[in-house]
Write a protein that binds this ligand. Sequence first.
Ligand code: HEM
Length: 379
Amino acid sequence: PFPLYAQLRERSPLLHEPRADLWLLFDYDSVKRALQDHEVFSSVVTTVTGRTPDWLLFSDPPRHTKLRGIIMRAFTPRSIANLEPHVRELSRGLLAPLVGRGEMDVVAEYSSQLPTTVIAEMIGIPVEDRARFLQWGDIIMKLSHTISEGEEAERARAENAAMRDEMRVYLSAILEERRREPRDDLLTRLVEAEVDGERLDEKEILGFFQLLLAAGTETTTDLIDNALLCFLEYPDQLERLRRQPELLGSAIEEVLRFRSPAQSMYRSTKREVELNGRVIPAGKFVLPMIGSANRDPGHFEEPERFDIGREPNPHLAFGHGIHFCLGAALSRMEARVALTDLLEALGDFQLASDTPWEPRQALHLHGPKRLPLRFEPRV
Ligand code: HEM
């Protein structure tokens, strides 16, 4: 989409798509404004389910502030730093059986496994239920990737409704266990949390559960895969990183900018607003295009160049303002661990197929469906 973004940013940074009555924002300043100005740009939007999920992500203050407060502590940089040794162990465990083979599909065998296991453990899902958890994540994401009309959307909606019932029953049982026997996990925190003096009901807890499942898995998978794509495309930058491993943190920020896992977010206008000399009426669906903002030449020097030493790098890949990604520290840490281990394990690596890599069918997420790599097998 990147050349298209550049054209649109130049010609028409604010585009009205009349069929779906969507307003797309392509320039950095408008995207940042829409992400942070919750007085005008509400996060309460109707999704393809035809409803507004009862999720933190889709709420405005004052409710948003209270919901975010409940789980915030689990995601502070300190809590995340405490998790790091364990994430390293998980990562090495996943790679150990693969390195001798000389070939693997990174997506299926590594990058989708690591974030899912980590978030499942944080939530408190028993190990034996992980496969089911992964499947639910797929279904939620499939729905969010589906455009709101047509047969495919109908199917995704039906699948989603069935899954919600299954999840409700599953959660109910597990929450009962936590009430009897609290543990150090997010489910216990949700069971014990109060908003305005009242406990959350199971529907609200289910909302958190779905949000963490949806937000905490595929995005981080994409970040890891997109980093490898960037290195395949820019081998000089990979060499530079091998020479200067201290650039890893800044390399990850550059991947976030250059191939942002979340290419867009959603808002709806609470009132009429003027942007870039155009007026968006009240009650309209707005898409701030993060992936385009992150390549706006007004804010990034030579934006089409992948530069692991870029400084400053004020990308909007994790959003901006009160909805700033709660999982930012977690996914940065997972990406650091994953890339350290992968770059060591893979040595020299190439795409293992002759066909170009294929993007996932995703409305607003950006990453490969499969990433088959060939590398030097290790004994
Ligand atoms: C919010 C991106 C990983 C949990 C957001 C937002 C973005 C984003 C752009 C802002 C949404 C908005 O303004 O409407 C990403 C990217 C990730 C990532 C690119 C990985 C590279 C994670 C992880 C978790 C997570 C690992 C948790 C386990 C959340 C939550 C919110 C959020 C709960 C909602 C915060 C709120 O509404 O206050 N994320 N995310 N994300 N993210 Fe992430």
